[in-house]
Design a protein around this ligand. Structure first.
Ligand code: AMP
Length: 585
């Protein structure tokens, strides 16, 4: 079935979506029923006494809410080669590695063909809505996508990142063709063993197919920003390759060289044109439309931990529309962006009621927690989860997923806000990971609070034509009182004065009452801004790639705890200067 080449009828795709979202209650019941029928044999469900029942009430009464940690022993048995029905009726043959940037190592998640199917369903749905507003012609996409290193688990199962599992499927390729978004680079580049060589060749392929590129995309837009930052460094080498028709020596992987040699022919006219266009740009503003003139939009996930890259992306995109991708995870997709005209900051995701059974854990209010202070901790009270039809506009929830691949009432750890309904399915806005990031005593600051503080302080750098390339944070408890440490990598060296101001501004920009109160009485020490060398965040990325992560799913960890010792070590050993806030002195 996955081999089939489909001719999509987009009006039909929209109609199917409209129908499914009109009667969400029924569709959810049927979806749960199907999942439980298929997996009734699974040891996990049997043990919980479900006894083949497939109704919502029995499901909720028997099956507890779980986190990855609870299911890990079961998943581990699957990975170790136990082929009995443990979590699913049919054996799981592939494992996905979630990005795991918060825990410091990727998590194992079961993967199956039905997840490929639902991924394509969500791609088709959002494309159908997107294409109505922003039609693209026949052509190709510069897709900045990368496979991860594939390995085998102890039991011989293939393990990849979820995106790699998707990119490898022929169904993905066919869908991309059907939605006129075929990747311009050969597979050897997408799945190349050396990320930097793949970036180089993706960009080179983009230039070779310059006149055909209709969109520039990636799963998470970090990859797009990363690639164009790289472009700024290597554009002359790319021009030389095009002029001579000879691939740069930096590309050493034989399979990539062979694949690229089929595409690369001497083309001095193109080389001169690209050279002239790049030389004519002012600080690389509008780079993407300048070198890919047929591009209609930039596409990729832009919310959550991707928001800090939007400013740079806008700079490269010039006047081109930025359209955010959909909302999902290695554990399965959740919602599609069916309102593509919304700006990325306010994009919403309409839940697809037939791709999983969804529950929402209300997030009531923050409570104090004096538990393990060095790690992210859950800090919110909660009541019983509600169903897809019971959520309320304006309320915030943690998403709980039951999917076709052996996850039942699984807490995803993401906080979302319901901002409206599309027919009767909720439209969600992504808020942040639920784990609290920064907490010393009565303070509570999330990933979003940190992002806003960095954004505010970053404004002070604009006049200096400086930018924050990337950032993270840490809670330093080595001295009493503990204090927040913010790590910044800057585009170039900055003066003492402005960095002192930035440091004070960061400290003042955490507006959480607990933080301000504790700072005033010195129950939290002065915030520290540590500037790290250029390339430090690349080293962090390389570290995660070494662990099996893929750039396609990479999210810079925004808070580094003591357990993430390697990343902490990378940060510490690259500090060039540090500043302490005097904002509350
Ligand atoms: P992974 O663990 O690599 O599968 O990444 C999945 C996580 O990425 C989700 O749980 C979210 O935290 C984040 N994510 C996925 N889609 C979006 C989105 N559209 N906006 C913001 N964050 C997202």
């Amino acid at each position: 079935m996955l081999e089939k080449m489909e001719e999509f009828n987009f009006e039909k795709v929209i109609k199917e979506f409209e129908t499914a979202t009109k009667d969400v209650g029924r569709v959810q019941k049927e979806t749960l029923q199907k999942i439980l029928e298929e997996n009734g044999e699974a040891e996990y469900l049997q043990k919980l006494g479900l006894n083949g029942r497939t109704d919502v009430e029995s499901f909720k009464a028997c099956v507890p809410l779980v986190t990855h940690k609870d299911l890990d022993p079961y998943i581990q048995r699957v990975a170790d080669g136990d082929t009995s029905p443990i979590l699913t009726g049919k054996p799981i043959t592939t494992i996905s590695l979630s990005s795991g940037t918060t825990q410091g190592k990727p998590k194992f998640v079961p993967f199956n063909e039905e997840l490929v199917e639902s991924t394509m369903q969500i791609y088709r749905t959002s494309f159908a809505f997107r294409d109505r507003e922003f039609p693209i012609g026949n052509g190709k996409a510069l897709q900045l996508i990368y496979g991860s290193k594939q390995f085998e688990t102890k039991g011989g199962l293939t393990a990849n990142t979820a995106t790699t599992n998707i990119y490898r499927s022929s169904y993905f390729k066919n869908t991309m063709k059907a939605i006129r978004s075929e990747c311009c680079s050969p597979d050897e580049v997408i799945f190349g063993p050396d990320f930097n060589q793949s970036v180089y060749c993706h960009l080179l392929c983009g230039l070779i197919y310059r006149d055909e590129i209709q969109s520039v995309s990636s799963t998470f837009v970090f990859s797009i920003v990363h690639a164009f930052r790289t472009f700024e460094q290597i554009w002359e080498e790319l021009c030389t390759d095009i002029r001579d028709g000879v691939l740069n020596k930096r590309v050493t992987v034989p399979s990539i060289r062979t694949a690229m040699s089929k595409l690369l022919k001497p083309n001095p006219t193109l080389a001169d044109l690209v050279y002239k266009k790049c030389s004519g740009l002012s600080n690389w503003y509008g780079l993407i439309p300048e070198i890919f003139p047929q591009t209609k939009y930039i596409y990729g996930i832009m919310t959550g931990s991707m928001e800090p890259y939007l400013k740079k992306l806008r700079h490269y995109a010039g006047e081109l529309p930025l359209l955010s991708g959909d909302y999902g995870s290695s554990e399965g997709w959740i919602g599609a962006n069916v309102n593509p005209t919304l700006p990325p900051e306010s994009v919403t995701y309409a839940v697809l009621p037939d791709i999983g059974y969804f529950e929402f854990l209300p997030i009531m209010e923050k409570v104090e927690n004096h538990g393990d202070r060095t790690e992210a901790t859950f800090l919110y009270t909660e009541s019983e989860p509600v169903g897809l039809t019971e959520v309320k506009v304006g309320n915030e929830y943690e998403v709980v997923v039951t999917n076709v691949a052996g996850l039942y009432r699984y807490r995803l750890g993401d906080m979302v806000k319901v901002v409206g309904f599309h027919n009767s399915t909720p439209e969600l806005q992504f808020r942040c990971r639920r784990n609290l990031l920064l907490n010393i005593n009565i303070d509570k600051n999330t990933e979003k609070d940190l992002q806003l503080a960095v954004e505010e302080a970053g404004k002070l750098l604009v006049d200096e034509k400086l930018e924050v390339v990337d950032f993270t944070s840490h809670v330093d408890l080595t001295e009493d009182p503990g204090h927040y440490v913010i790590f910044w990598e800057l585009s170039r060296e900055a003066g003492e004065e402005v960095l002192n101001e930035c440091c004070n501004c960061l400290d003042r920009s955490f507006v959480d009452a607990g933080y301000i109160g504790a700072r005033k009485v010195n129950a939290i020490g002065a915030l520290e801004l540590r500037i790290v060398r250029r390339g430090t965040f690349q080293k962090i990325l390389d570290h995660y790639l070494g662990l099996g992560s893929a750039v396609s799913q990479f999210k810079t960890p925004r808070c580094v705890g003591l357990s993430n010792s390697v990343v902490l070590q990378i940060l510490h050993s690259n500090v060039v200067k540090s500043y302490f806030s005097t904002a509350f002195a």
